[in-house]
Each structure stands twice: as C-alpha cells, then as structure tokens.
Design a protein around this ligand. Sequence first.
Ligand code: PLP
Length: 460
Amino acid sequence: MAVTAPRTTNVPTLPAHPDPDTDRVLDSGLLHELSYAFGGPFHFLLPHRFDANLAAFRTALGDAGVEGLVYYAKKANKAAIWMERCAVHQAGVDVAGVGELREALGHGVRGENIVVTGPAKSDELLRLALLQGCLVAVDALDELDMLITLALTGAVRQARLLLRRLPPTQPHSRFGMNTGELETALDRCVRAGDAVRMEGFSFHLSGYATQPRTDLAAELVEWCLKARVVGLQADRISIGGGFAVDYSPADQWYTFLAKQHPEHYHAHKTFHSGDFYPYHSPVAGADALRTILASVPEGGQTSLAERLQETGTLLLMEPGRALLAGAGSTVFSIQGLKERDGYRIATVDGTSLSLSEQWFNSEYLPDPELVTPTGRSRGTGIHPTCVGGASCLESDMVTWRKIPLPARPRVGDLLVYPNTAGYQMDSNESPFHDLPLPPKVVLDRLDDRPRWRLDRRTAY
Ligand SMILES: Cc1ncc(COP(=O)(O)O)c(C=O)c1O
C-alpha cells in the first residue's frame, strides 16, 4: 500500500535542533557496523558536549561574579564517562544512593566533591558519605539525628551537611523540611558542636521556571544569615537541578502542540500536551542559570548574584539533564514492518524502556532520523510510521506517533533518536524478555572516522 504523501501533509513533526556533530556520526557508516556487532540497540555518547555544557555553567557563574560549584546529577545517565569527565574537570557529582556513590568514587571523583541527596538515606550511605568527606543534603530530622550519631560514634567525627528546604511554593513535595523543622534542625546542629559542619541549605524544585529558583535561593540566603548568628558556618546554598533543555525550535514546537491529535497516534492514543516535557525552552541550560542570577528575588532590591556576593554565599547547583544536552543518541534497528491503514508499524530490536518517556505516560517527541547504510535518509516524502518495541506488550511502543519519515523505512535501517542522554537512555531500562541492556558507546573523536569504545561503567 502506498503511504507516501507530499511533505506538506498535516502529520505533525518535531525536528530536533540541527546538530552537525551528531549528523557526522549518522553519515559515517559507523552506526550500522555497531548495530551489526551488538545485534541490538545501543546508545552513543559525546563527552565533548558534556565538557562544553559544564564550561558554560562555570562561565555563567564567573560572568555574574558569583563563586560556585557545579555537581552533575548522576541519576540523569548511568555511564561512567560522565564521572570521568567530572574527575578530570574537578567538578562535583550529586548522588542519591550507595551504588551511585560507589560509581562516582570508583571513577575518580573525590569524596569532598560529592553531594549526597535523596530522601531517607540508609545508614550505609551516610556512613560512606562521612568516611569520604561528602556533603550530605539532609532531608529530614531523623536523618540529621542519624548523621550526628554516626559522626559522634564513628571514625570520622565531623559530618558536612546542608539542610534541605521544603519549597513553600510546592508544599505537597515529599522532600525537605518546613520552617519549624528547619528551626529544630538548626538547634540540633548547634548542640552537635564539632560533630557537624553545617555548610548551608538546599532545595530542588519541580518544573523549569527560573523566578521561583531565584526567590527560594534568596530565602535560603536569609536562612544562612540566621544560622551564622548562632555560630554555624552556613556559607553556601544549593539550588538543585531543573535547568531546562531546548530540544526543538519554538515554531515547530508550538505548531506541534497546536496540531497534535489522537488520529496522529497508533491506536488513537491520547496524549495531553501538558504531559509532554517542554521540548522547546526559550531559556535553557547555562542561560537559565544566568537568568536565575540576574533576576531580583520577590520583595528584594538587588539581583540574586549581588545578594550572594554581599553575603559571601557560594552557589551550588545539581544539573543533570542540562549537562547532558546534545551529549548522546539512541540507536534502534528496524526488525520488521507492517502496513496499517495509511501508516506503518516498524518494530525495532529493543523496547520503550530504553527511551524512558513512556514511563511518565508521555512520549519522547523529537523526531528520530531514519539512517540507511549510506547515512541519513534525505527523501522528500512522508511515510507515517509508528515504532513498536520487540516485546509482547501492546503498550511497548517506542513512539505511538506516526512519525512522518522522509523515506520508506526498510528492515535493517536504523532509527536514531537524538539528544537522549538526559534521562531517556537508561533511567528505566530493563532486561525484560531477557533482552540485553543496550551498551553505551563513547565517541572520543569525531574527525573523518569517529573513534569509539565501550563505556567503562563497572556494574549493571
Ligand atoms: C535533588 C535533585 N538534584 C538535582 C536533580 C537533577 O535535576 P535535572 O536533571 O532536572 O537538572 C534532581 C532531579 O530529580 C534532584 O532530585
């Protein structure tokens, strides 16, 4: 059945921003070789992008005249390469469990450059953090008590800690401490004496808006001043993560949102526009940090940057997704094709668990590239194709949307999803059906012929 139509058709499309580095990889022929070698899906990683994103965050701090530290939020991608880059650049890492802490230490990150976040930390995690001199973002009073007890009774007698604030604008968050709890925590820190080094306060906000981050950061500065009065160090605040990533151009994104309709999806699946990640963001990554610093907090007179300077307060942050912007893609091979009424179903050699967005009842929207053995397909047609996973579940759709591919897909062609390093690749991966977890390939060099190696992650 012919499913070709002129490219002016109404099938919504969402191209990612152009990315010459990724295009060079797609056109190099390497991906077909690797697909053959691995016999299944895989991800490729671009460490130079991580380096550039980290440098951009640091430059934003420097330009604002603010002293600070960037901690990579490790949960966003499990690969070892990011730890190795953090170690080389003396950047910090944000870990939320023993496994993540072990990986960070094992790949060369010094304990003093690690912040331990996450709720209700186990005593094993707290003990390790103490021994390694990590900073602990304390989430609750009972956790504070446990940390103080460990410090008083263990080999290392001083715990470095931040107190995590329950955001007043997100009162239903299960993380952090409210005003009363923070007052109690301050009191307990004072009583603990040398057993604790209370370095300041932290928060992490849901969403990507910058002004609430400016406002809450300014509030934490006030908490620091209060804590200093009672003799605590309190010279830093962490504003967590949540720096947006800009995947697609504004016009394409807003057109997509206006157009998208259940008939554009396999089985008339309904997605609500509000459930999608905001794939276009006018202010993203390090620019979001610039905006946060340049903005005046609610009720304030000066910018947050000035407030930090005049109070001698360091700014810590824990970006995950934003440090991985443009730093990797996910490659599936088409294993089979089926015609449906006016579209095709391509079944690929992996599952939707290697492109995590379905887990959030949402869909990863930036269009995948159709790659043939000679490079990107540059056809001018419209071949609406949804993408199914290689499992027995109806719900295992990598993409429910009928993507308007530019050429007729064939078995053995690759579908390469762009910009997947932040959370998409591995946060929900699973060896369901005894399928192997997709390996990660590090592309160390991109010249004429990209050089690749396997990522050095030690444990899966
Ligand atoms: C405490 C904390 N810090 C940092 C992050 C990273 O957020 P993002 O990847 O959006 O920057 C998270 C994400 O959940 C978090 O919970």
